[in-house]
Design a protein around this ligand. Structure first.
Ligand code: GCW
Length: 718
């Protein structure tokens, strides 16, 4: 092992200016740049010149190797492996059971103190010796603890008197890949799928391991590697061998692999005449399939299912309920400890009066009817990953069922991977929303972490934005969304600013002024996107099919896939009336929220047109008319995007040149597209409002016909 580190050292010595080399983004937030601050470096040397990591298992081995590699890269020191504390300082890590010595260093740690995944990091003084101990009841806890320590160092945070105790809020912290077996990625904007199905299982790309490292470093412990619009082929022996090879790479990083289950698989690949979940032959087929999977992948996580939605088959095809379908699959994986994540994102074959009400209507009556190993996976809002939606009314409304959060990391409705939109504020806004399900203080995060209704099975999923592009996410700042998702799944109460600062310091710079400037940009970016796309509660007015760019005029096809269905603009006004006088979607929320949303005077203005159809001259809190306010919001969004461009140009020469240039070009595209959104939407809505643009709103660059005539071919992601 020593050899590897001295190689590292000589690389550092040969290229002392390694920092100035262009950064292509591949290393994500695990760059582990050399520590520049001499005092801090000495501090690291004093504490970590010796390491003692106890235990022998693939996960502990990973934890050991990651820590040594990260530390060596940051400090350049040659770290000594010791069997007991030595010299000035020693890092000691392991599970409590692996070493009585570790247990003796933390006498206050009672059984259950950390759980399998939590950990304690503590500075302990023994005479003149500095000991830093990282301990857990489980080996994954040790891995996460050591990654935490690396994060402390790579963000340059204080190292003395550490006393940290962490435990994840949710049990399943998963990425959902909408990756297809042909290598394409539904709603993916960062190249092709990272899974090379053709070459698997023979060829194991180094990327798989780097993917696992990145995820483990932020506490992600599972990955659903296939699209929810599922292909039954992945359940055939040929593909299961490939899945098993991926699971082998993930396992040492504490990551389990899950698959999407196509409900009609028994017919498609098993030649049964039906896939009726109540047919004993169908249940037997799934049981045998589960046995086959677990024989290849003993720690297989389970199934994620999209059923009876957007053309996917499901139990309703046989007159059965979602619970019948989920329970049949749950019984198949239960003997092995597997779970079923059943999605609540359902589209009926009949167009509903209000699309936003459907999941609630279908699922609330099923509360309490699911097996113990079923979670219902609910998107953050009732429509579909819009720039802003109210939280999904199912949260809090199914007390007897574990509800899992589904966020979208990939930017389907947020400018694809060309816009800088930092999503932690969106995630956090939803997680901290009060559902009032059990009175005030019933935040969505408490539904998700199981504390509100007493569930131990809990989880959060993020639809991945990862692809084959060198920098993984297309836009460099897309990495921050992957990072933020992991951090919030671990701890939903972290602040978006805190997460942004960590990411910036690990990815770009420690300079406080620059880090502050970049984080300001990140923190305002979600609201900016809302403003230039869908202000004041507007939603789903993106272009048809690919959802890239504005399409408020889209009126063809299935009504609840059109824009006009959602904005309902006419000469009288604009917005979707979901009040008690309209679709009554407000009634799906608990009091007092139902009342608050129902009245335009109390409804938050950022959701006004989600719940109300209001006249163009309606008076807003600012005293302006609705029309003027909307125009100014669009303009504000454009101005903010322009401001990012100007700010970024001040960073030339101050951050890595490749990062700088990549983001500079992306921000220029974003500013132009923000203007396109504003111009197209305002010209279109003006045909109804028939009112002029207020002062301060720039004239559109083209006329409405121009924007309507724009057609784009081969937009990625479909
Ligand atoms: O938002 C829609 C997307 C579909 C996606 C679906 C879903 C995977 O446009 O591409 O399908 O949501 O979440 O199932």
């Amino acid at each position: 092992m020593k050899k590897t580190y001295s190689f590292f050292l000589s690389v550092l010595l040969l290229f002392p200016a390694a920092q100035a080399l262009a950064d292509d983004g591949y290393r994500l937030w695990l760059r582990f740049q050399p520590v520049n601050d001499r005092g801090y470096l000495r501090e690291c040397e004093r504490r970590f010149e010796n390491v003692m990591i106890t235990g022998e298992s693939p996960v502990i081995r990973t934890a050991h190797d990651e820590f040594i590699a990260g530390m060596t890269s940051m400090t350049g020191m040659s770290i000594r492996e010791v069997a007991s504390p030595e010299g000035r300082g020693t890092l000691i890590a392991g599970t409590f059971s692996s070493s009585p010595f570790i247990a003796s260093l933390l006498p206050d740690a009672v059984p259950g103190a950390t759980g399998e995944e939590g950990y304690i990091i503590r500075s302990v003084r023994q005479g003149r010796r500095n000991i830093t101990v990282v301990a857990s009841e489980g080996e994954r806890g040790v891995l996460y603890g050591l990654f935490h320590l690396l994060r402390i160092i790579s963000t340059g945070s204080p190292l003395d008197n550490l006393d940290i105790k962490e435990q994840p809020a949710t049990r399943l912290r998963l990425l959902n890949h909408w990756d297809n077996l042909d290598g394409s990625v539904e709603r993916g904007y960062a190249g092709n799928s990272i899974w090379n199905w053709h070459l698997l299982p023979g060829y194991i790309s180094p990327r798989y391991r780097d993917y696992a490292r990145a995820n483990a470093s932020i506490g992600i412990n599972g990955t659903v590697i296939t699209n929810v619009n599922a292909n039954a082929l992945v359940l055939t022996p040929q593909y299961l061998a490939k899945v098993a090879a991926l699971a082998d790479v993930m396992r040492p990083y504490g990551i389990r692999v899950y698959l999407t289950a196509r409900f009609s698989a028994p017919q498609e690949t098993g030649s049964l005449p039906t896939s009726d979940p109540l047919d004993p032959a169908v249940a037997a087929w799934w049981k045998a399939k589960a046995a086959e999977i677990y024989s290849l992948i003993p720690d297989f996580g389970g199934f994620l299912v999209k059923a009876n939605s957007e053309g996917q088959p499901g139990p309703q095809n046989y007159g059965r309920s979602h619970a019948d379908g989920a329970n049949m699959l749950a019984d198949a994986v239960a003997p092995y400890g597997g779970v079923v994540m059943w999605r609540a994102f359902v589209y009926d074959n009949n167009v509903p009066v209000d699309r936003a009400k459907q999941a609630y209507n279908e699922f609330v009556p099923l509360d309490g009817k699911f097996r113990e190993n079923v979670l219902v996976q609910v998107k953050n809002g009732p429509v579909d990953f819009q720039p802003r939606e109210p939280f999904h009314p199912l949260f809090g409304a199914m007390p007897s069922t574990p509800l899992m959060m589904e966020f979208q990391i990939t930017q389907e409705y947020l400018g694809c991977a060309t816009h800088l939109v930092y999503l932690a504020p969106l995630y956090s806004e939803v997680l901290t929303s009060d559902t009032y399900a059990a009175g005030p203080g019933s935040e969505v995060s408490k539904v998700i972490d199981g504390t509100l209704h007493g569930h131990a099975l809990t989880g959060m999923a993020g639809v991945a934005n990862i692809g084959s592009e060198r920098n993984w996410t297309g836009h460099l700042f897309g990495q921050a969304n992957w990072y933020a998702f992991g951090r919030l799944a671990w701890n939903p109460r972290l602040s978006p600013r805190e997460i942004a600062m960590e990411w910036i310091r690990m990815t770009m710079t420690h300079d406080p002024a620059i880090a502050g400037g970049i984080s300001d940009m990140m923190l305002t970016s979600r609201e900016a996107a809302v403003n230039y796309m869908t202000p004041l509660g507007l939603h789903h007015i993106m272009a048809e099919g690919h959802h890239w760019g504005p399409g408020p005029w889209v009126d063809r096809g299935r009504p609840d896939w059109t824009a006009v269905y959602y904005h309902r603009a006419d000469t009288a006004g604009i917005g979707f009336d979901r009040t008690t006088a309209g679709s009554n979607a407000v009634s799906q929320y608990f009091p007092p929220l139902n009342g608050i949303f129902n009245d335009p005077r109390t409804c938050p203005e950022n959701l006004l047109l989600w719940f109300h159809h209001l006249p163009w001259y309606y008076t807003m809190k600012s005293g302006r008319t609705l029309w003027d306010e909307m125009c100014l919001k669009y303009q504000e969004g454009v101005n903010t995007a322009e401001g990012y461009r100007t700010y970024w140009e001040t960073l030339q020469g101050k951050i890595d040149s490749e990062q700088y240039e990549h983001v500079r070009q992306m921000l220029a595209i974003q500013a132009a597209e923000a203007r396109w959104w504003k111009d197209a939407c305002l010209l279109y809505f003006q045909t109804f409002s028939r009112m002029p643009f207020p002062e301060g709103v720039e004239q559109p660059l083209h006329d409405l016909e121009y924007y309507r005539s724009l057609k784009f071919y081969f937009v990625p992601g479909i």
